[in-house]
Design a protein. Sequence first.
Length: 135
Amino acid sequence: MLNEMFANSPIPVLEQLVNFNQSRHNVLASNIANIDTPGYKTRDLSVEQFQAKLKDAIEERDSAGPVESLGDPIHVDPFGKVRDDLNNILYHDQSNVGLEQQVAEITKNHMQHNLALTIMNSQFRLLQTAVSERA
């Protein structure tokens, strides 16, 4: 019941964004921790690949309705592919990046994470208002 209620809302998209930002934060923090390690190559998660996969999942969700099976609707989770592919978009950028750039990237990532959580929180407040029948 709850999955059906959230399926067409922005919540699954925001969930994937929060998961990506958390994973990327761990990678960027590792880069900062190893910045002085000889031979260490910085790593990152491809934001472009994540965005493309998320866009594809949103389009799949929006174009496909529930599938009828024995009278019960079955909802396919297109965001499962995005979640499963998080480990496949890690790459080594083969550069010698300075601390300042890593801190800037981790700051941008942190801001995106907080924005997604703020929007998700407002969505839950809207749902809570609708459920409690208060306007």
